[in-house]
Design a protein around this ligand. Structure first.
Ligand code: COA
Length: 456
């Protein structure tokens, strides 16, 4: 039944039947995809035999750092400058993407549109997408039951992964594949799943939050609200400044090119043609690691302990001592360092600007600012970290706690809701470009020794 209705839409694609209404996201994508398929064909024909770089033994042992072996169309990370979403920096996105009436921050719907199509949507198109997601936001009863059965002691990220996997029953991609579809149509089913999943995530995430930390009750999706405003309402936070913060938060955490753990895990699992629910759940399992997304909860925990230890208005010396204790205990300073970035993360900077505007006198913000001046010097003196500067996670917790969202264990779920926009856009493109199953070659230490004839 569902597959038939999708096929009907597919039958109309690309035709000028829109009348006076603006093109929808899918219609826009229908125009963009064939052009990009042609460009990829041309690039492969022309440059297919060229080398992108060498792979050294150290790179293979070192988490594949710097190996250029993935194609990911939606964003690109420059070590010095930070992320660009389809060529646009964060300040450019803040300036050019539509915001909510009376608001200033970009609406994540607009960012999703940009990531997917490379085009900036109009306000009207973003409104259409908000309405579309509100209409798609239906969570099956068994998923509610499964979330309700999770013990409160189960980490919210684990609950998110469980719920997303459970929601796989709704996958139109899996159903269509089972029925037998042409490869050319894969992206369209991935598109439907991605949009359904993104639409449902605020409900699922809010239910987890309300179950673990509140009374377990959540409201309903309001078709007049945008995605972020609906999410905030479901969580129980309706302060307009908090809603603006979430629009910014959900936009900037969305995508960070393709090699980070959550993006790569999603693409890797998706390459086996596991559907978008299963693929995204894999990405979320990766995001739940403390060196990746979970760092945001670790940062606030670490900073609050620091505050408790050094008291209000601490001297730089006292803070330095605390940082050295962390390092000497063999732990990392959460929120600092990055596998690719070599400067302060622009996602940190835009959150700092938000804080300077809305909470300049907050004690914890002042402490975070003081850390910004101290930690990089200590890490440099420590001499191990390649990048001593703060990353996105160094700042998000202080903003959330200011508006009353103090449950640190929930922070990575917020990151995950946002990350869906990027990694699912990437997944749709992988299906549109017909990427094959991933299968890089692995080696054993023995085989390396043999190769370089170091064997005694
Ligand atoms: C993000 C991170 C995982 C990148 O790892 P990476 O690419 O291996 O980083 P580097 O190459 O700079 O690591 C070199 C060494 O410095 C250490 N290092 C890196 N960042 C550090 C930090 N913030 N505090 C202490 N030590 C750090 C590494 O643990 C590594 O030590 P080792 O040689 O004993 O294994 C790392 O910087 C980190 O653990 N940061 C803290 C956690 C965090 O904020 N994660 C969120 C990232 S967005």
């Amino acid at each position: 039944m569902f597959a038939t209705s999708i096929r009907r839409t597919i039958g109309h694609r690309g035709r000028a039947f829109y009348g006076t209404r603006p093109k929808s996201l899918k219609e826009t994508l229908c125009d963009v995809i064939p052009k990009q398929q042609e460009r990829v064909k041309m690039v492969r024909a022309e440059y297919g035999e060229k080398t992108l770089g060498n792979v050294t033994v150290d790179m293979a042992y070192g988490g594949m750092r710097g190996i250029k072996g993935l194609i990911y169309e939606t964003s690109l990370l420059d070590p010095e400058e930070g992320i660009r979403f389809r060529g646009l920096t964060i300040p450019q996105c803040q300036e050019r993407l539509p915001s909510a009436p009376g608001g200033e921050e970009p609406l994540p719907e607009g960012l999703f549109w940009l990531l997917l199509t490379g085009e900036i949507p109009t306000k009207e198109q973003v409104k259409m997408l908000s309405e579309d997601w509100a209409a798609r936001a239906k969570v099956p009863i068994h998923v509610w039951d499964i979330i309700d059965r999770c013990p409160n002691t189960m980490h919210p990220m684990t609950q998110l992964c469980v719920a997303v996997n459970a929601m796989q029953t709704e996958s139109s991609f899996a159903r269509a594949y089972h029925e037998g579809i042409s490869k050319n149509l894969y992206w369209e089913y991935a598109f439907e799943d991605a949009n359904d999943l993104i639409a449902r995530l605020p409900l699922v995430a809010a239910k987890i939050y309300r179950n673990v930390f509140k009374d377990g009750k959540i409201g309903e999706i309001d078709s007049k609200l945008d995605w972020s405003a609906n999410f905030c309402k479901l969580l129980g936070f309706e302060h307009p400044e908090f809603v603006e913060l979430m629009r910014l938060y959900l936009s900037i955490h969305s995508d960070h090119e393709g090699g980070n753990v959550s993006a790569h895990a999603t693409q890797l699992v998706g390459s086996a043609l596991s559907d978008p629910y299963l693929s995204f759940a894999a990405g979320m399992n990766g995001l739940a690691g403390p060196l990746h997304g979970l760092a945001n909860q670790e940062v606030l925990r670490w900073t609050l302990k620091l505050q408790e230890d050094v008291g209000d208005n601490p001297s730089d010396e006292k803070i330095k001592e605390y940082i050295w204790n962390t390092l000497n205990n063999g732990q990392v300073v959460p929120g600092f360092g990055h596998a690719v970035l070599r400067k302060t993360d622009p996602r940190y900077i835009c959150q700092r600007e938000f804080a300077l505007k809305h909470l300049p006198n907050d004690k914890l913000f002042k402490l975070v600012s003081q850390l910004y001046n101290i930690v990089p010097n200590v890490l440099t003196e420590h001499g191990k970290t390649k990048n001593p500067w703060p990353n996105v996670d160094a700042h998000s917790g202080v903003l959330l706690q200011y508006y009353g969202l103090k449950e640190q264990d929930f922070y990575t779920v917020l990151f995950g809701v946002s990350r869906s926009l990027g990694v699912l856009s990437g997944l749709i493109w992988n299906r549109a470009l017909g990427f094959p199953i991933e299968r890089p070659k692995s080696l054993t230490t023995e085989s390396i020794i043999e190769k370089f004839q170091l064997k005694k």
